[in-house]
Design a protein around this ligand. Structure first.
Ligand SMILES: *Cc1c(COP(=O)(O)O)cnc(C)c1O
Length: 266
C-alpha cells in the first residue's frame, strides 16, 4: 500500500508513465470490466496527468448502472467517460489514434516493469537491513506483478496463484510481455478448489473476515481471499518467512460486499 488514492499494484504498473512526459497525448484509453481496480487507478492517473480518460467495458449490471458505487462510481467521479461495447478490446484499439495512450486491460504491458524494479529494491533493501530472507507471495490476475517482481528479485522465490483462469492461462498471459523461460524463481501454486473469478463464495468471505478480525488488515475481496487460501493450503512449500504483498484495490471492497449482501451470504 503506497498511500493516497493512487495506490496498490496498479500504481506500480503505472509508475513508468507517471514519470514520463505525456504531453503529446490528449486521452488515455483502456478497457476491462465495469468494477476493475485498474479502471479506478487509471481514472486517478488521468486526473493527475490532466488527460481525458475513456474506458470501454462490455457489460454493466442494471443495479450498478442505477446505483453507481465502488470502482465504477469512483472512476465516474474522477471524470472517466465510460463506453459500452461487446468487443471492448477491439473497440478500444480502433478508437485510439496517435493522440491517445492505449493501456491494455490490467495494464499488462512491458512498460509496467519499472514500478516492480523499485518494489524489488525496497524488498531487497529491507531484507538486507533486517538480515532476513523472504519467500514472497502475491495473487495474480494478468501475472504482471508476480512476473516483473520475480524478474527483478532473482534472489527470492516468488509464489503466486491464478485468480483468473488456470495455471496454463496465467503462463500464457505472462509470456505475452515477459520471457517466462528465464523466470526460474516464479512458482505458480494452486488452490484445492477452483474459485470462479470475482464470484461471491462462502470460503472467500470467511477468510476475508477472519483476516480482518485477526490482523486488523483490510484486504481486497477478489484476489486476496484466493491468495490467502492458497498460502494456507501450501504452507509446506515455503522455506523462509513469508512476505505477503498487499496490492491495494480497497476501493472495490464496497461493491463486492454489496454483492455478498444481495445474495444473503453475509
Ligand atoms: C490487479 C490486482 C491484482 C492482479 O495483479 P496482476 O498484476 O494483474 O496479476 C491482484 N490484487 C489486486 C488487489 C489487484 O487490484
Amino acid at each position: 500500500m503506497i498511500g493516497g488514492e493512487f495506490n496498490g499494484n496498479k500504481a506500480r504498473k503505472l509508475a513508468y508513465f507517471l514519470d514520463t512526459n505525456l504531453n503529446k497525448f490528449k486521452r488515455i484509453i483502456s478497457y476491462g470490466s465495469s468494477q476493475s481496480n485498474a479502471m479506478a487507478s487509471l481514472s486517478v492517473f488521468a486526473k493527475i496527468k490532466n488527460l481525458e480518460f475513456v474506458y470501454i467495458t462490455d457489460h454493466i449490471s442494471d443495479f450498478l448502472c442505477q446505483n453507481p458505487h465502488g470502482n465504477y462510481a469512483f472512476a465516474l467521479q474522477n471524470g472517466a467517460k465510460i463506453l459500452f461495447h461487446k468487443n471492448r478490446a477491439e473497440f478500444a484499439k480502433n478508437l485510439a489514434t496517435n493522440l491517445d495512450l492505449l493501456i491494455p486491460e490490467g495494464v499488462a504491458m512491458r512498460e509496467a516493469e519499472m514500478g516492480f524494479k523499485s518494489q524489488a529494491k525496497q524488498i531487497s533493501d529491507f531484507m538486507e537491513q533486517n538480515n532476513i530472507k523472504f519467500d514472497v507471495f502475491l495473487p495474480s490476475g494478468t501475472g504482471v506483478s508476480a512476473a516483473f517482481l520475480a524478474k527483478n528479485l532473482p534472489n527470492c522465490d516468488i509464489f503466486t496463484t491464478p485468480c483468473v483462469g488456470d495455471e496454463k492461462y496465467l503462463k500464457k498471459q505472462i509470456s505475452e510481455f515477459c520471457d517466462i523461460s528465464n523466470l526460474n524463481n516464479l512458482h505458480i501454486l494452486n488452490t484445492a478448489k477452483k474459485y470462479h473469478f470475482a464470484k461471491p463464495n462462502l470460503d472467500l468471505i470467511q477468510i476475508w473476515q477472519d483476516l480482518l478480525t485477526q490482523t486488523n488488515i483490510k484486504f481486497e475481496l477478489i484476489y486476496d481471499p484466493v491468495g490467502w487460501i492458497c498460502v494456507f493450503e501450501n504452507l509446506s512449500v515455503f522455506k523462509n518467512k513469508i512476505l505477503y504483498i498487499h496490492q491495494g484495490g480497497l476501493n472495490g471492497v464496497q461493491s463486492q460486499l454489496l454483492r455478498y449482501k444481495r445474495k444473503n451470504m453475509i
